[in-house]
Design a protein around this ligand. Sequence first.
Ligand SMILES: [Cu+2]
Length: 736
Amino acid sequence: MSERNFFLSPKASKARLREAEEARKIRWDIVRAHSQGQVTRRDLIKMGLFTSAGLLLPIRGLSPFARSVYADAIPTGLPPSPFFGVQAFTQPMPRFDVLPRLAVSALNPAPTALSNQTQQAVDPALGGGFGPIEGRPPGAIWAHQQFSQLPPQVAIDVTQEGAKVNNVYNPGVASTLNSGINPANPFRPRFHPNLPNQDTLHLWTFNGTLPPKLMLGRYGEPILFRHHNKLPVSQSANGGFGIHTISTHEHNGHHGAENDGFTGAFFFPNQFYDYHYPIVLAGRNTINTTATDSRAGGPADNGGINKIPGDWHETMSTHWFHDHMFSFTAQNVYKGNAGMFNLYSALDRGAEDINDGVNLRLPSGRAADSGKSWGNLDYDVNLMLADKAWDANGQLAMDIFNFDGFLGDVMTVNLVYKPFFQVERRKYRFRILNASVSRFFKLSLSDGSPMIQIANDGNLLPNPVVLTELDEQGIAERYDIVIDFSRYSIGQSVWMVNLAEHQDGKKVSADLSLSEALSGNSSDPCVGKFLEFRIVRDPAKPDISQVPSTLIPNPDLSAIPVARQRVFEFNRGAGQTTNDPVTTFFGPWGIATDGGSTLAADFGRVSAAPSFGTREIWTLRNGGGGWDHPIHIHFEECQTLARDGSATNVPAWEKGRKDVWRLHPSGEVTITLQFRDWGGMFMEHCHNTMHEDNAMLLRWEIDDGGAPFLRPLPTPIPKPQGVTFQSPDDILPTAF
Ligand SMILES: [Cu+2]
């Protein structure tokens, strides 16, 4: 186990803890000044506080690993988050808060295909003058693609704003299925009833409230997601981290780029952005175009299937949505900009009693009892895992200057500290999201009993996999599992346990055995039990849910030629060839494309431009052995062809489609993907969001699918007074 950890033990001497608290104050003064725009990273380098690699120099007090006066060889560590006497497993776990699904006519102004450029006065803090009410870039290229063919049928109307009390909590299930929580009681913005309320500057969430938000959607029913930015107009009103400009990514929606939360298409306070999620099956223009296959579809209100065009093998289930602001994603997601999206289909109906030969009947709930033909949440539970830290006052806190990665010392589930969850003696589906900044998890149950993995990322696997330990789960990966609690007796408890120990944010330092993780000896405070399942009763009705041996086979790509291959190598020690103040960032991390040099992020650079309607093979390679990277490719789900050059290295739980891959130290993944249905600019990046922000991210685009797309696409430059465009400032020689 580690000798060196990010956080000091609470048992460290008072003097050591005091030294660490002083160090944290100095360090966070600099963090705050930087996040509020008072000092730039270039200034900090000039002042000698940064190395050119971006890391803070190990001056005592500025780095958690600087040498302490108390013991030369041992770093100080950060002081642990204060607990105010709170014990683990003493509060119920809140289910997600289901977002209301409104009629599109409830939106005022009505959504439009092109960005709504109606002018409004701009706050003087944002430069004054006038600017558009919608932050989406103007013009045909950023218009909603196929808006008239796929008009929105449901509206989701949300804000981003500072923490406040939730008086409209809707868990979507009865209180008995939510550990007895009475949703009529005000739900306060805090990590435990005995911890302080988070203030409006430190926690910024969807609608400003907890619990985190859940969107429910179904194939064939396009959603208009209107996101209002109600964050403070002053950049300094941020509690020391986070920025008030946002861009929302529906991870991993198969949508046009104008709805993908492009990192450079961010919008400002007092603006909104209309995201159009058509929720179509990939391949809709070439496969099952007459919509005759009943496996390709969405749940109908009458219990039947609304058939749609496209490939049913491309059906997705578990998504999430989160901020993608250029170079500020880690801070904004950590601050609360993250929700989940359950996507229902003919195959995955969310109604376990519908037995029509298509519905897989996964654990969810009964349509006959609820009257809901889809989306029953009774036994289908979203779990958002994230490590957090807070300051001496109990307010959320973050160190944005550790470019290796940020680790919290407090484990949260659904944004509360180590809760319990009451369950019945039957099967449950859990949709587990790793929503951390830099931490990987590895999950097991405290008694070592089996779990059935049914999905990886957004996708049901070809076949379920029985495991007593899940694989490591990187940032942004989703693992759907089924746990059968019928093997326990009423009154028993079993815990979910994290086996993955970190010493820093670069990678997992050790995957512990279950007994090691349970021993309490790890110096990583997020190792061990973090969620208690309390088995409280028998189900009122027998469990008729199923886990079929075949779920969703992969689409067959054998007849589709491979148009070309590309190689992306993820490295430390990036250079920057451009110097645009808006589109570039520099940092230690970068990506080398097709054997070129390792480049830091520039969203004005085109690194790859695959041709519309083709298929390619991409190799993602980790250029170093000292770190892992969970790499995310936007747009369409990929198939994993090989790990480290061999198909036999692809484990059973990665044999379906995926959108995030842990490369492993010095590891390599070979994937194949298609470019169809939509166009525009997309991204590829590390989802260790500290790496992503510093600056392991690139832009690729589909720009030859016909009007309105130009090759190459102009880069948006957002301002409160309106988005302007400029030509790409770099096009890599192998892009086209
Ligand atoms: Cu990374």
